[in-house]
Ligand binder design. Sequence first.
Ligand code: NAG
Ligand code: NAG
Length: 161
Amino acid sequence: MKIFALLSAAVFGQTTDPPTSAPPATITLGTTVTAPEAFACLTCNANNVADCIANGTMVECQDSQTSCAVTMRKRRGKTYFVQAGCKALDACLVNKSQNNRGPWKLQECKPYNNKKIENSVCRQCCDGAPECVQNTFFNADGTDGIQKRATWINDYVSQDD
Ligand SMILES: *[C@@H]1O[C@H](CO)[C@@H](O)[C@H](O)[C@H]1NC(C)=O
Ligand SMILES: *[C@@H]1O[C@H](CO)[C@@H](O)[C@H](O)[C@H]1NC(C)=O
């Protein structure tokens, strides 16, 4: 959505003369945004975040896959599995709902680097930009996933459906 906002800002911003006629009114921004062309996701099956970033590739998603999914598993506070890629939004959100479903003991997402936490699985979905997974759920230093639990639970999807 931001990309299109920037694009239209750039296009209309370049007009230095006052427009003599109204711009074409046939473009419906909403339609363009819900079906982005060449939507792509970082795709990896890795042992940790650095591995995912180094060895992952950008893969163009199928039409039915309108979100980028990321799954991160930790054992005793240490990341050992990072998976990312295109996914149907519904399926991604169903998996993500396991992050914090039910009583605390049964909730799956405990992303802390804490040896007392035997197992953690955190999942997220986003569709804002190709870099969404890296920028939002990986730490900047590339060594581990974000430990802030709210970041795994918050909504990063901009689609209506
Ligand atoms: C990338 O993959 C290769 C081959 O599996 C592996 O040796 C290397 O450690 C990986 N890179 C990182 C940063 O983990
Ligand atoms: C999503 O959930 C399905 C059904 O529970 C499961 O088979 C699949 O492995 C999960 N995928 C991820 C990436 O967690």
